[in-house]
Design a protein around this ligand. Structure first.
Ligand SMILES: O=C(CCCl)NNC1=[NH+]CCN1
Length: 324
């Protein structure tokens, strides 16, 4: 239809991609998060300490802001970070896609990780069933935008250490190579979640039958069950699980094997070069694959998207992936 468009996503400190977003005419750099469903922004109601270093949304300066009196929100993410506050609606424009009456959640409290993080808020792109607004749950930007898009889908293009993009309403064939593989999505938990029954380390195949994975642009790394993580690092010479650094580290000189993960019956292969997340001290490096900490739901985060164009298609729903 009319509102298809692409929004540039700039890499910020190697841990996330930020998209310049207009909220009531105010420009904010927001983190697009397919693992949650709240659109929230740093607001003028925050303490000055919390506001430091951030662009701030001031509702009173927006001519199109409408308060939702008595509405509140509160979210805690899997990494323990969180935020909470009050709610209104405003016009939100991302790339060429504009939504009027979008629920905008104004943070009055944010956890310390968000204060030190570059993002001025998040755009939740998971299913609206996990939106935290009370007393009336609100819809995501994507759900609100769908009727004005050519196709009810968006795609995430997040290449390593380069500018990325979020495409709304269309698949950009210039952003990937080869064919797209699709996995049926079970949205029962509110995530873009699919079957992920096995994985491969280098040339060896391991079963994790009954497990699932979620496509989560709001998580930096690839987080898998403990067996998968120990099987992977068993083939990395000098690797150890460091309590100090909270995960697996290894000598930066080590060459890493590839990791392939089953997504709905087809493998996605992440090259070893993308699995060295960052140097700790010039000698040891921190891995891009770490433990999800329990359960049977793996989280395929930005490190995955550094290798694959991800297509979030609400028409089935299904998740598509194609090599960059
Ligand atoms: O919370 C999760 C994991 C969902 Cl299982 N992803 N999204 C996110 N946003 C900020 C930190 N992590």
């Amino acid at each position: 239809k009319r509102q298809d468009g692409s929004a540039s996503a700039a890499p910020a400190g190697g841990t996330e991609y930020l998209v310049s977003t207009s909220v009531g005419g105010e420009s904010l750099n927001l983190d697009f998060d397919t693992g949650s469903a709240d659109l929230w922004v740093f607001s003028s109601s925050l303490s000055s300490a919390s506001k430091k270093g951030h662009d701030i949304y001031t509702a009173s300066k927006s001519p199109t802001y409408q308060a939702l009196s008595g509405y509140t929100w509160s979210i805690t993410y899997a990494d323990g970070s969180g935020a909470s506050g009050k709610v209104g609606t405003d016009t939100v424009t991302i790339g060429g896609t504009s939504v009027t009456g979008q629920a905008v959640e104004l943070a009055t409290k944010v956890s310390s990780t968000f204060v030190s993080d570059a993002a001025d808020g998040l755009v939740g792109l998971a299913f609206s069933s996990i939106n935290t607004v009370q007393p009336v749950q609100q819809q995501t930007f994507f759900d609100n935008a769908q009727p004005s898009l050519n196709s009810p889908l968006f795609a995430a293009y997040l290449p390593y250490n380069a500018d990325g993009a979020y495409d709304f309403g269309f698949i950009d064939s210039s952003k990937y190579s080869g064919s797209i593989n699709y996995a049926t999505v079970n949205s029962g938990n509110g995530f873009w979640e699919f079957a992920s029954n096995s994985y491969q380390v280098g040339g060896s195949t391991f079963s994790q039958s009954g497990n699932t994975g979620i496509a989560d642009t709001g998580t930096t790394l690839v987080l898998m069950i403990d067996d998968a993580v120990s099987n992977y690092y068993a083939s990395v010479s000098g690797a150890s699980n460091s309590a100090t650094y909270g995960g697996y580290i290894f000598p930066c000189s080590t060459s890493l094997p590839s990791l392939s993960v089953d997504i709905g019956g087809n493998y996605a292969t992440i090259p070893g070069s993308l699995l060295n997340f960052q140097s700790i001290d010039g000698t040891n490096c921190f891995g891009g694959l770490q433990s999800v900490g329990g359960g049977t739901q793996n989280i395929y985060g930005d490190v995955f998207f550094n290798a694959y164009y991800g297509i979030f298609d609400a028409s089935v729903p299904q998740f598509g992936f194609a090599a960059l």
